[in-house]
Design a protein around this ligand. Structure first.
Ligand code: CP
Ligand code: NVA
Length: 311
């Protein structure tokens, strides 16, 4: 059994700003250091040599799965990926027992869960670090990659005003948590009934986050440096037709990008639905950095893994 409390990565809200800053710096450093390497070639220092990560998915994934698997290879370690349904978890074994058993086999566990409480229960019962690969509540690894992408574009996070347009969902929540840690200003524009948890907004504000809630998407995007969209229908949402109707006026299109700053960037965690939350002209246009953003999942998560495993 481990003698100390593992370093979990469950929510940006739980982690000290200085540590998150260090993780981003490490991500930039490591990405630069392996320029020209073959994709599966380990980094020169291979800090996770001899280590294994378990990855459990209760929902679909492309980016999270591939970036963590390749990330472990590049760190010199290995990984085991499974859907939760293929485990005894899917037949009713408790998350608590699963945590205790997996902790005997692996050095870290990444979980993509339907219910954030399952992630917390896993972490409370694991003796190895647990990483949030997305829950209904938040998606912290995504925001680390997003912020890394903005910095690569030469932006200083403290100078930025970001507009989130659409559903106040799990990804929006991590942008809220991140605002308190990294000092960017955040404007959130959602239809009524789709706003983020006011409790979490208040918590972030109490920690110094500057967050404005502005209903009108055009007003929200005025002069912003970054516009962010995400799907109107997250995994687990069942009210699809209602969402399409209610969110229809919150599409990020040229009209919104035109009122943003001239050099504004567009972010989307992907998968995207062109013609719904974003116009094709925006996501496939010059201001979009969505594929750098996707690639940076790899680099940001390698730094998160290294931090969690204290290497
Ligand atoms: N952005 C993201 O988490 O993508 P996946 O669902 O494909 O992992
Ligand atoms: N909000 C989306 C993000 C997917 C990466 C979802 O939860 O489905």
């Amino acid at each position: 059994m481990s003698q100390h409390t593992p370093r979990h990565f469950l929510s940006l809200a739980d982690i000290h700003a200085g540590e998150l800053r260090d993780i981003l710096d490490e991500a930039h450093r490591r990405k630069k250091a392996r320029a020209g390497f073959a994709k599966a070639q380990p980094d020169s220092d291979a800090p996770l040599s001899g280590h294994v990560l378990a990855m459990l998915f209760e929902k679909s994934s492309t980016r999270t799965r591939f970036s963590f698997e390749v990330g472990m290879m590049q760190l010199g370690g290995t990984s085991i990926t499974t859907s939760a349904d293929d485990m005894q978890l899917g037949r009713g074994e408790s998350i608590e027992d699963t945590a205790k058993v997996l902790s005997r086999f692996v050095d870290g566990i990444m979980l993509r869960a339907n219910d954030h409480n399952a992630l917390v229960a896993l972490a409370q019962n694991a003796t190895v670090p647990v990483i949030n690969g997305l829950t209904d509540y938040n998606h912290p690894c995504q925001i680390m990659a997003d912020l890394m992408t903005l910095e690569e574009q030469g932006r200083d996070l403290k100078d930025l005003r970001l507009a989130w347009v659409g559903d106040g969902n799990n990804v929006a929540m991590s942008f809220i948590n991140g605002a308190a840690k990294f000092g960017y200003q955040l404007v959130i524009s959602t239809p009524k009934g789709y706003g983020p948890s006011s409790q979490m907004v208040e918590r972030a504000r109490a920690e110094g986050a500057q967050i404005d809630l502005i209903d009108d998407p055009l007003a929200a995007c005025k002069n912003v440096d970054v516009v962010v969209a995400d799907t109107w229908v997250s995994m687990g949402d069942t009210d699809i037709d209602k969402r399409m109707r209610d969110l229809g006026d919150w599409q990020v299109n040229d009209a919104l990008m035109d009122v943003a700053a001239k050099d504004a960037l567009f972010l989307h965690c992907l998968p995207a639905h062109r013609g719904e939350e974003v116009a094709a002209s925006v996501i496939d246009g010059k201001q979009s950095v969505v594929f750098d953003e996707a690639e940076n999942r790899l680099h940001a998560q390698k730094a998160i893994l290294k931090w969690c495993l204290d290497k």
